[in-house]
Design a protein around this ligand. Structure first.
Ligand code: FAD
Length: 509
């Protein structure tokens, strides 16, 4: 059993973990760190998912890192390009050699007496257990189970003679050329798969229980294309990034304040891309308001093109039963299928399933409150990366990493060792994720809560978070700073550091 110590231990080598390591290198170069990654590769989501057409559904000028311009002309990019971007970043910034692959973190125990975490990892290649200690634990472990996607129990599925596939485990050798395909689902994965598979399949049916808002966006960014001709990438990138951030915020705010207007606009846009007489209300007009669930983006209207061309169809109905040849619907209609793809979602899972204990007390995540959306009440020297629900994940991941670096520098500058968020006095608490999608509702009871006001409230607003996290105070009513040996139950054993900013209390990125 090997054991060693680092200042910061990052869990996960996906988009967030690699970004976190780069921020750390640039802003706290004296800190030692390691990245523990359960899998054998960099990239997380963008390495795991290999289904046809896999791509981002947000633009890469905001899904890319603040410190590394996205230079590929595709604003909505394919999975391979995103994976390459994350890997290139790890190589370019010297992070690669700090990653320990095949290390699944299963448990972390905090000891206030020593101001350190003891972290247990299981190696899936050797079966060995590794123990590391660290002063600060930074989880960048995504939000869902890697080993298993979500599949509801479908009646009769055992007798289905065709091939049943979940997009999270795409068989490399699956040949669907000329075949009849049914994709069950209406989310981002389904709307990506349908046009991509329709290029080769005999016919593709998207079978949805209820519709989702689908919006067509250009796969290339006109402003980025224009600026690229005149400006170096480093100068053009922030301009396009901020343009897209502000458009996103405006779109979200309009959806919240005037949902009926946005509903009408989305319906009109969909109708204009569908064949004349198409039942747009049945298939593309959800009952919920825009942004109660994420909008589904289709680049250059590819889904609508497939429907128009007759290569794909949308069916809105429920499954009565699978049959030997396909699916029988509640309406009595039969959908014959050689291949059925269950694009039915993910299983949410915090920290890849690792358990946490603080001074011998097991942590129940559901009893914690998130502080600034990135730390947990009662959990010292711990940060987590959870991206926005209404904007690109990396916008928040960059801010969280920046904030962690500020905190580490603040601790050093003030001679403190421990930072512990405290829960708000008010018991007005809400779920941490405000979406009403099935995958969120299935798990939200097991996740941390958010409070009603700052610093416990998630505003899902990047410009506001820039002020809060890049430029805002590190000391407030929601957090206590202390030295080793102090209790972590929120009682003020050591004076809370308050007052004017310290040298470290300055933006670092
Ligand atoms: C198909 C799909 C498309 C998406 N498209 C977009 C999009 O267009 N825009 C957007 O903003 N978001 C999108 N998302 C959300 C997406 O997950 C984020 O954009 C981003 O990739 C998350 O990066 P991450 O590094 O935080 O998490 P992940 O990509 O999930 O990576 C987490 C890493 O941590 C490792 N890990 C987890 N637990 C442990 C553990 N206990 N021990 C060791 N290692 C561990 C995993 O193996 C993995 O490598 C998409 C998600 C999916 C599933």
């Amino acid at each position: 059993m090997a054991s060693d110590h680092v200042d910061v231990l990052i869990v996960g080598a996906g988009l967030s973990g690699i970004g976190a390591a780069v921020h750390l290198r640039r802003n706290c170069p004296e800190k030692t760190y390691a990245v523990l990654e359960a899998r054998g590769a960099i990239g997380g989501t963008w390495d795991l998912f290999r289904y046809p057409g896999i791509r981002s559904d947000s633009d890469m000028y905001t899904l890319g890192y603040s410190f590394k311009p996205w230079t590929n002309p595709k604003a909505i990019a394919d999975g391979d390009s995103i994976r390459a971007y994350v890997r290139d970043t790890a190589r370019e910034y010297g992070v690669e050699q700090h990653i320990r692959f095949h290390h699944q973190v299963v448990r972390a125990e905090w000891d206030s007496g020593q101001a350190r975490w003891t972290v247990h990892a299981r190696r899936d290649d050797t079966g060995e257990e590794t123990v590391l200690t660290c002063a600060f634990l930074f989880t960048c472990s995504g939000y869902y189970r890697y080993d298993e996607g979500y599949t509801p129990e479908f009646p009769g599925v055992d007798r289905y003679a065709g091939q049943l596939v979940h997009p999270q485990h795409w068989p490399e050798d699956l040949d669907y050329t000329g075949k009849r395909v049914v994709v069950i689902g209406s989310g981002a994965t389904a709307v990506t798969l349908v046009p991509a598979m329709a290029e080769r399949a005999g016919h593709v049916t998207m079978l949805q229980r209820s519709p989702t808002y689908v919006i067509s966006l250009p796969s290339r960014d006109v402003l980025a294309d224009a600026l690229r001709r005149w400006l170096p990438a480093k100068a053009a990138y922030p301009v396009v990034r901020w343009k897209n951030v502000l458009l996103g915020v405006a779109n979200f705010q309009l959806s919240r304040r005037a949902p009926n207007v946005v509903k009408k606009l989305l319906r009109r846009a969909a109708k204009g891309r569908l064949p004349v007489g198409y039942d747009v209300d049945r298939h593309f007009s959800p009952r919920y308001n825009p942004w109660d669930q994420r909008l589904c983006v289709v680049p250059d209207g590819d889904l609508f093109h497939s429907v128009r061309a007759g290569r794909a169809a949308v069916v809105t109905d429920t499954i009565d039963t699978f049959t030997e040849q396909g699916i029988r619907l509640t309406s009595g209609e039969e959908l014959p299928a050689d291949v059925v793809v269950t694009a039915t979602g993910l299983n949410l899972l915090a920290f890849g399933g690792m358990t946490l204990a603080v001074d011998g007390r097991e942590l129940n995540l559901a009893e914690t409150v998130a502080y600034k959306g990135m730390m947990l009440s009662g959990v010292p020297n711990f940060a987590m990366t959870i991206g926005y629900t209404n904007a690109s994940w990396t916008l928040k991941a960059d801010l969280v990493a920046t904030y962690v670096c500020r905190l580490l520098r603040h601790l050093d500058a003030t001679g403190q060792q421990i930072v512990t968020p405290v829960a708000p006095a008010s018991d007005e608490l809400e779920p941490i994720i405000d979406l009403k999608s099935g995958y969120v509702l299935r798990a939200v009871d097991q996740l941390p809560k958010q409070g009603a006001t700052a610093p416990w409230r998630l505003h899902q607003n990047y410009p506001r978070d820039v002020l809060l996290m890049r430029h805002g105070r590190l000391t407030d009513e929601g957090v206590r700073f202390s030295r080793a040996g102090a209790p972590t139950d929120g009682s003020p054993a050591e004076p809370t550091v308050r007052g004017a900013g310290t040298p470290a209390d300055t933006p670092v990125a």
